[in-house]
Design a protein around this ligand. Structure first.
Ligand SMILES: [Cu+2]
Length: 165
């Protein structure tokens, strides 16, 4: 299982590497000018949506699986290391069997991932996973993407979170 987790994260990292050659500041400038029409001032308030909520299942992009954040330290998420306890469920709310989870951390405005890999391990109950040491090292909006494989079901659940200065 650990091998699968590692491979999935490595694939995400490869995708991002091609766009992360520019420094953070330059990438941010390009992103804001390319977007056009957005607010010129401020660097972290372009996308006000924040999906962080304890205990509210969030649907995957395919509608097959869901993820709820059961515990978060700190809460709400803050700069540097964040530990979450998540629960994977199907649309009926039942825990699917035989799940593996990979997580990707990405700052869309800057085009980069995190610098270190989170540590994932199963929780005490089916569908539950500890996702520890998510390194959200910069203020701004991060996308925390869970790639889920539960038996024959696959899905992807994305949480956008705003990290304050
Ligand atoms: Cu950044």
């Amino acid at each position: 299982m650990l091998g699968q987790l590692t491979c999935a994260r490595a694939a995400l990292a490869v995708i991002v590497t091609t766009t992360s050659m520019i420094g953070c500041g330059e990438a941010a400038d390009e992103a804001s000018s390319a977007a056009g029409g957005g607010p010129a001032g401020g660097t972290t308030d372009a996308a006000p949506t924040d999906d962080f909520a304890i205990g509210q299942p969030r649907a995957g992009v395919e509608g097959r699986l869901r993820v709820a954040i059961q515990e978060a330290t700190p809460a709400p998420p803050a700069r540097d290391l964040n530990d979450w306890l998540i629960a994977v469920s199907d649309p009926d709310g039942s825990p699917p069997s035989d799940c593996t989870v990979a997580v990707g951390l990405f700052m869309p405005a800057h085009g980069h991932t995190s610098t270190t890999e989170p540590v994932i391990r199963p929780g005490d109950t089916p569908g539950q996973f500890h996702v520890d040491e998510m390194n959200l090292f910069m203020p701004g909006r991060w996308e925390i993407t869970f790639d889920l494989v539960c038996g024959l079901l696959t899905d992807q659940v994305v949480f956008g979170v705003e990290i304050a200065r």
